[in-house]
Design a protein around this ligand. Structure first.
Ligand code: 8OZ
Length: 369
């Protein structure tokens, strides 16, 4: 092993969590919860337990309330059945010596009436229609113009972040990650292409960062800021979102997270599922400099880039997404310099064990090679 690769195998303290290495499993939507209850089940516990050697598992985006759902068969964390289902997962990961936090999600406008209780319109900061298709139980359907949240509804949604964080701890999670990335509800409040509100939650940077700060504070009040992280994607246009001036916006957002004292920020450093250095971006190191906690980098990393950026101190840890799907033993493969197995894109979303729990770890013969 080269000297620079060693750094990713150094332990790391993130708030209340002690990671044995700096290789994090990124949150990955797989749409395999129980179709009726949207609760995780044994299949999901098996999948996460296979990946327990990660320094930290960030479990998939999970809706905090029924209105927060935007894709078929994604899990929730608001019902007793869902909490019991997640307990299967956290017990299985802990039994294998792992650590696991839950990503708290509200999709806002990235949904469809078919996925909403009573078939109503999805909610958002403003009634601005996204381009794109929603993944429903009956296939892809064009997204619609959402309904703008009334000012007096917002505190109820914020409160659900606190309740969901408490539920996650009751389900045995070591903490939570607030999903403020990828064009979902919190990101819709942050950016001015989707937030045209004229009240305390829209307009100025201070107002547009308010929902993020209040949702994160609700989670921190419920379980302690040292068990809360936040994911942001300042440069990503994913889910048809943009901002006219992202640097001051995201700088203030991270300052507010620092004021709350969250354990980590997790940055998608480029375009979600795309380029690491999109045109018109700004230097994200400015965000790291205003934040005292841990910085997890993500987006198109391979083993070499991870080793380089951890050893130089550019990041504290690296989150791998798709490589963890097809390589349950990703940590072992990086340690050995072994190749990564290819991903089958046809089995990413929905279905059962195929393409989920049937990717093998390196065999003894491969380890000896
Ligand atoms: C891809 C497909 C479905 C959901 C995200 C939760 O972008 C997602 C997601 C990604 O954060």
């Amino acid at each position: 092993m080269s000297h620079s690769a060693d750094a990713i195998f150094e332990p790391l303290k993130i708030g209340a969590l002690d990671l044995p290495n700096r290789i994090v499993m990124a949150p990955l939507t797989r749409s395999r919860a129980d179709a009726k209850t949207l609760a995780p089940r044994q299949l999901n516990a098996d999948y996460y337990a296979q990946r327990a050697s990660a320094g930290l598992i960030i479990a998939e985006a999970t809706q905090i309330m029924p209105e927060g759902q935007g894709y078929a068969w994604t899990p929730g964390v608001y019902s007793d059945e869902q909490i019991a289902g997640w307990k299967l997962v956290t017990d299985a990961v802990h039994a294998k010596g792992g650590r696991i936090v839950l990503q708290l999600w509200h999709v806002g406008r990235i949904s469809h009436p078919d996925l909403q209780p009573g078939g109503v319109l999805p909610v958002a900061p403003s009634a601005v229609k996204p381009e794109g298709q929603a993944f429903t139980e009956n296939g892809f359907k064009p997204m619609v113009t959402p309904r703008a949240l009334e000012l007096d509804e917002i505190s109820g949604v914020i409160a659900q972040y606190g309740k969901a964080a408490a539920n996650a701890r009751a389900a045995g999670f070591d903490g939570v990650e607030v999903h403020a990335a990828n064009g979902y509800l919190i990101d819709q409040f942050l950016r001015d292409s989707t937030n045209t509100r004229a009240d305390a939650y829209g307009g100025s940077v201070e107002n547009r960062t308010r929902f993020l700060a209040e949702a994160t504070a609700a989670a921190a009040d419920a379980i302690g800021a040292d068990r809360v992280g936040v994911r942001l994607s300042p440069l990503s246009p994913f889910n048809d979102i943009a901002d006219s001036n992202p640097e001051p916006l995201f700088t203030r957002a991270v300052e507010r997270l620092q004021e709350i004292g969250v354990a980590y920020i997790h940055l998608i450093e480029g375009e979600t599922q795309g380029a690491r250095a999109p045109e018109g971006g700004f230097d994200l190191s400015v965000l790291r400099s205003v934040f005292k906690g841990a910085y997890i980098g993500n987006n198109g990393y391979d083993a070499a880039l991870a080793a380089e950026r951890v050893s130089s101190g550019a990041v504290d840890a690296v989150a791998f997404g798709r490589p963890f799907i097809s390589n349950p033993d990703l940590v072992e493969r990086i340690r050995r310099g072994a190749p990564f197995a290819e991903l089958d894109k046809a089995t990413l979303y929905g279905g059962g064990a195929k393409g989920y729990t049937d990717y093998p770890a390196l065999s003894e013969a491969e380890k000896a090679a």
